[in-house]
Design a protein around this ligand. Structure first.
Ligand code: PLP
Length: 227
């Protein structure tokens, strides 16, 4: 069996097992394959294996892959990286979901970039560390940002996103995230997505209620060095 096929099957089996342990339905969990730094060809192979949800963290790479794979009209591209406001238009044109809304200005820029009445799914990224450079709104700002996003006509607030800190056990960090998700739902009750869990920590994320996993190297293999 092809390595990619084997790795995808292995990850999906581990997702299903972690869901069972947590008493959750694996079908309620979306596995996003993060393909950053890999060529569009890999995305095409994943598509042939049934993968539809893809993640990218850089606008230019997202836009290029989407253009190259325009024939694959059923792909859903998830933008998961830190976003500059000036890239909002290009991100909106390429992505079905933006996971990394962390400030009012970015929400406004994405909202202004709407094409007619189309609605963009977005998540509020929360910073689980004390380092402001890591991306995400500080927990104290969750409600204010959620209210701001909820007021953007062409954005649909879906939930929260976070990356586990490097210096803390992921289960503890994801438990905090579950609390932040509950706070967000007090502002927008149906915003119940939790985007969390990567190669190293997706089982812990599932245990803490993650609905959207962003898994790269466990499926794609090691990443090529970025240019
Ligand atoms: C690269 C990336 C991932 C996937 O990382 P892996 O460790 O390869 O699974 C998930 N989320 C974000 C925000 C990323 O940048």
């Amino acid at each position: 069996m092809d390595d990619l096929v084997a790795r995808l099957a292995d990850v999906d089996a581990r997702i299903a097992a972690a869901a069972r342990v947590a008493g959750r339905d694996p079908a309620a969990i979306t596995r996003i394959v993060v393909t950053k730094f890999h060529p569009a060809q890999l995305v095409a192979r994943l598509h042939r294996l049934g993968v539809r949800d893809l993640g990218e963290n850089r606008q230019q790479e997202l836009s290029a892959k989407r253009a190259e794979l325009a024939a694959l009209t059923d792909l859903r591209w998830h933008f998961i990286g830190q976003a500059q406001t000036k890239k909002a238009r290009a991100i909106r044109a390429a992505a079905s979901v933006v996971h990394s809304v962390d400030r009012d200005k970015l929400a406004d820029a994405l909202d202004r970039a709407a094409d007619g009445d189309d609605v963009l799914d977005v998540l509020v990224q929360v910073n689980l560390t004390a380092d402001p450079d890591r991306g995400g709104v500080a927990p104290a700002g969750i409600e204010a940002l959620a209210e701001h996003v909820a007021g953007c006509r062409t954005l649909q607030l879906r939930g929260v996103m976070a990356v586990a800190p490097l210096d803390e056990p992921p289960a503890a960090a994801f438990a905090r995230l579950a609390g932040y998700a509950a706070r967000l739902r007090r502002v927008v009750p149906d915003a119940d997505w939790i985007s969390a869990g990567m190669t190293a920590d997706f089982a812990e994320a599932i245990a803490a209620g993650a609905t959207h996993l962003r898994i790269g190297s466990a499926i794609t293999g090691a990443r090529p060095v970025p240019d």
